[in-house]
Design a protein around this ligand. Sequence first.
Ligand code: FES
Length: 241
Amino acid sequence: MSNTFFLDGLEIPFREGQTVLEAVLSAGRYIPHLCWRPQLGPHSSCRLCTVIISGRPFSSCTQPAMKGQQVECDTSELHDLRRAVLQMIFVEGNHYCPSCEESGNCRLQAMAYHLGLQDNHFPQQFPIRERDSSHPDVNMDRDRCIRCEICVRASRYLDGKNVFGIHGRGIKSNLAVNAPSGLLKDTDVAAEDQAVTMCPTGCLTVKRVGFKVPIGERIFDKETIVSVALKEFRDEEVAHG
Ligand code: FES
């Protein structure tokens, strides 16, 4: 018998070692996710990828695919849960999409559209977070950080630099940089770093290219987050198997 499990009743093949999320993407299907990226693997912090297996919630980015398991993803309860998680992410930061340079390229915004978010529901927290514009080429707007640690992991594992970290806990947690001054200008980050280009929001942006691509012509103006995620996953599979 081949290695397969069932996603909402649909048979999904998997290879040994794949997680549920990887197998689902490999089969051309989609589970919402934010903190997982094919180049970096799981982090298990955003919980958007939650599915139900045997009546219990699991993050599909960390759950190994197993033969015969029944995975529920497309249920109204899970859609509600994902929307609530996303609403909490929005109110825990200061995300003003209309004035954000990343609007149209932002995965948080694209996910909100994908999940049909209509409002923030929860009280806005308005955390006070410092912006760091000290670097000549990279801007760091902590207001837009969602603490997915993609920059932390990308800097460490893809750029080989270890520039970013998270300090503090809960609503007080914040993006920090690896320099005694605490300023981005005193790190070796560069505009081309994966840590910068992979940031899913407008937290890390490159200076002097603002609005080079006009609103309406940006990534998620033209493609859904589903098609972008599937393409990225295919590219990574082709590159690394
Ligand atoms: Fe699985 Fe974020 S994508 S927890």
